[in-house]
Design a protein around this ligand. Sequence first.
Ligand code: PFF
Length: 461
Amino acid sequence: MAIQDNSSQNRWSSRWLFVLAAAGSAVGLGNIWKFPYIAGENGGGAFVLIYLVCIALVGIPIMISEVLMGREGRSSPIHTMRTLAKKAGRSERWALLGWLGVITGFLILSYYAVIAGWALNYVWLTANGTFDGASADSVAQAFTDLQADPLQMIAYQTAFMVVTIWIVGRGVTAGLEKAIQWFMPALFILLIVLLIYSFNSGGFAQGWAFMFDFKWEAVGPEAWLIAMGQAFFTLSLGMGTMMAYGAYVPEDAKLSTTVVTIALLDTLVAIAAGLAIFPIVFANGLEVSQGPGLTFVTLPLAFGQLPFGALFGAIFFVLISFAAITSAISLTEPALAYLTEEYNAKRQRVAISLGVVCWLLGLGTVFSFNIWSDIFIVGELNFFGFVDYLSQNIMLPLGGMLITIFAVWLLPKEMVNRQLGISSTAMFWAWRIVAGIVAPLGVLAIFVFTIWPLVRSLFNL
Ligand code: PFF
């Protein structure tokens, strides 16, 4: 095993670049495509509040654990877990947690690229006026047609993967930092432009009320599970991404405030995406509870009815594509860092090999919408459903729970206190109770609730 490497000598050029990079990882399809539609399906305001609680009590402590371990280990998650387990006098099998992350990253990226490919396709469709004044049926048909056409989906999935791999192959400074320095400010500007547009759309008051009026009767117990799963996904937790990025964090950055800033940025973008989307939907008298089709059917239909809809619709899909790229590059980092370290290999070569494997796996997702739509892997889950369920509902929570247990209960106290700059006993106990008890128990709860129905349906219990 060779722990000396190319990647662990890398450092973010500043604390702010780490904040931007981590926010780039966090802000993605999860914020702009998924958050608005699950908030829409779960009644809006009350769900938003539950989601914020999950971010604060589960998300932030787990992110702190990941980043502190990354900065202490200074290598890929697999090597970091091995080194830290040794330092803590624990079994080196903890490195398996790093492996779990690498595999989860592959699974997520494989379908992430397909959905990001839809967004790329929609940049083109909206910009050339396809949806201008179109009927609800024809907008829905355009989405059905895209999903029924594997070749078109593969073309966009390939384009997205090529850009991602090209960026990551160039390394931390020339690839990741450069891309982040361009994409993140562009993303914030586009979001503000869209907010202004939505503010003037005529449905803003209704959109605002939907996001912030707490209608408790609209949320059921499963809203907690959905919110918690979303907190993991949106903050990129549980698979070592933040650990891999944490390995490049400069020594002098204060971890707790840095992590809180990242979580705040991510949350702001999710809320802003909701505030950009719902008013436009309401202004056209459309339904917000359309599920995954909210972005690809309801929204293009709404833009098609509004002045300059083609322009602003295209801006919206460029925004999603940018957000997806900065997340996709982070999904490769745990595997990429490990392989370059372990085999002392060229980053570019490793990136291409990883990209090819992920691309091939992604074909399963492409076919799940057409030729394999009726092939079920488990219960009613086809290939995409299965990969999505397994990675998001099982692997991320499992990884996150073990990471925070390891950081709080197994790492030497002095190491954690030094990394976090903890000086008082009160702070120490606050950290232990929230990160060591509340967060893992919260995760355990989702775990039991999400897996139990599956087990029951599988074994007819
Ligand atoms: N946080 C990303 C999103 O919200 O779209 C998805 C993601 C990226 C999940 C990186 C996990 C990860 F490691």
